[in-house]
Design a protein around this ligand. Structure first.
Ligand code: SF4
Ligand code: SF4
Length: 77
């Protein structure tokens, strides 16, 4: 049921300067630095979409593919 090929975040490599902040700050250790120094989601299933990597990337190179909190639905009339 888990989509291993579906990463919860997207990293724009062309914007990334390989500072390593996202890898260091992720509370779930989702990210790892690849051989070239670029981060990638090594454990996408562990991502809790906390947005820490997105918020702290100095180059805005990370985008969350889903919102952390979107459970509030206005179905109640
Ligand atoms: S959203 Fe949170 S848990 Fe997911 S990769 Fe970023 S810092 Fe890690
Ligand atoms: S915080 Fe941003 S610039 Fe730094 S390694 Fe992560 S994606 Fe690249």
């Amino acid at each position: 049921m888990n989509k291993e090929n579906e990463e919860p975040i997207h990293i724009f490599s062309s914007w990334c300067k390989r500072c390593g902040i996202c890898t260091a700050i992720c509370p779930k250790n989702v990210l790892e630095n690849g051989p070239d120094g670029y981060p990638f989601a090594a454990r996408p299933e562990d991502c809790i979409l906390c947005g820490m990597c997105d918020a702290h990337c100095p180059d805005y190179a990370i985008t969350l593919k889903a919102k952390p909190e979107v459970k509030e639905e206005g179905e109640h009339e």
